[in-house]
Ligand binder design. Structure first.
Ligand code: MG
Length: 348
């Protein structure tokens, strides 16, 4: 086993050149959005900065989302790049309260890729789409010269229908909301990292990649006062909470003892020097629910196999706006900051 390169010791001119951290979903990604994309593309739907954009169409609203997948390796325990491309887009739509319906897929293939590899990915995408109840309705393929890509990159975009009267989003979050998490953290990121490092870990370590649309719909039905949901991909729980604290101008308090992490993930995090709060997931989400509906939302989550281990992990507060704090297992409090650099590049 070699030690993974988790940080560059040299100062990187991140304001002049693209660095890996610009893809982290953390502070550098946010800065790129604020300084490059938002000034150029600014509009009311984009400005919400949620996982999906919700736009009016005659007779209702639709949600749109797009994501690109560059995970390395392509295949790993519990999933592959194709499954991530389907579930990632489905989940970004679902956490906005939308019913995911149609997906597009764009492939960027490197010259020399075995067609059998592509076929395996495509079959996996077909199964994932079926499981999530969406149709892949259009696509595109480009091929780049050998050495100009890394086997397969996939972009997937999706459309979902938003039920009338439902408005979810980071800006809807209010002090007093309870924060619900559907299960244990870090399995996807740690699975990818241990594959790359050739580390044999005790226990059954698999990516948690899964479609969250049925779980999200169950929460919407059980808690009509629901304010927001987020999936916990790049940057993990900490990035999602920090983004929401900033958007909603609220403080967030979470309790480490309430946050499930498996022994295998905790052990691997200790070996790699990682914090499970920052590690990527592909089948985990949080919901912000008014206190009086939290029990109903929790029961609805636990009734779904993807929420069997759901917990209430924290509360939204008026205190310390834009700041996330964690009550540790020792009973002390610490600030949970946003990740600046990329902890694990090419995780999804
Ligand atoms: Mg997301």
């Amino acid at each position: 086993m070699t030690t993974p390169a988790l940080a560059c010791p040299l100062p990187i001119p991140a304001d002049q050149l693209i660095v890996l951290g610009h893809g982290s979903g953390g502070r550098l990604s946010a800065r790129l959005t604020e300084q490059v994309f938002l000034p150029a593309f600014r509009n009311a739907a984009l400005e919400q900065l949620d996982d999906q954009a919700i736009v009016p169409v005659p007779g209702g609203r639709i949600a749109l989302s797009t994501d690109s997948y560059v995970v390395k390796p392509l295949f790993f325990p519990g999933g592959d790049i194709g499954e991530l491309a389907v579930y990632g887009t489905v989940n970004d739509l679902a956490v906005g309260g939308a019913i995911p319906k149609y997906l597009t897929v764009g492939f960027i293939l490197e010259e020399g890729l075995p067609i059998a590899t592509l076929q395996r990915i495509v079959e996996s995408m077909a199964q994932a789409a079926q499981r999530a109840g969406v149709l892949i309705v259009t696509g595109d393929t480009k091929v780049v010269e050998k050495g100009c890509g890394d086997q397969v990159f996939i972009n997937s975009a999706g459309v979902g229908f938003v039920p009338n009267g439902l408005t979810l989003g980071a800006r809807q979050v209010r002090p007093g909301d309870r924060i619900l998490l559907n299960g244990s953290l870090g399995e996807h990121g740690i699975t990818i990292l241990s594959q790359r490092e050739g580390l044999e870990l005790a226990g059954d370590l698999r990516s948690d990649a899964a479609p969250l649309n049925e779980l999200c719909a169950a929460i919407v039905a059980a808690a009509p006062g629901l304010h927001a949901m987020r999936d916990l991909t790049r940057g993990g729980l900490s990035s999602a909470l920090n983004e929401i604290a900033t958007s909603a101008q609220v403080g967030i308090e979470i309790d480490d003892r309430a946050i499930p992490v498996t022994d295998a993930v905790r052990g691997a995090c200790e070996i790699f020097g990682l914090d499970p709060l920052y590690v990527a997931n592909e089948g985990k989400m949080i919901a912000f629910v008014p206190e009086e509906q939290a029990a109903a939302a929790l029961a609805a989550m636990r009734a779904n196999p993807l929420g069997a281990d759901a917990r209430i992990i924290g509360t939204v507060t008026e205190k310390h706006p834009r700041m996330v704090t964690l009550r540790t297992r020792l009973g002390t409090e610490r600030i949970v900051d946003m990740l600046a650099q990329d902890q694990l590049p090419r995780i999804c």
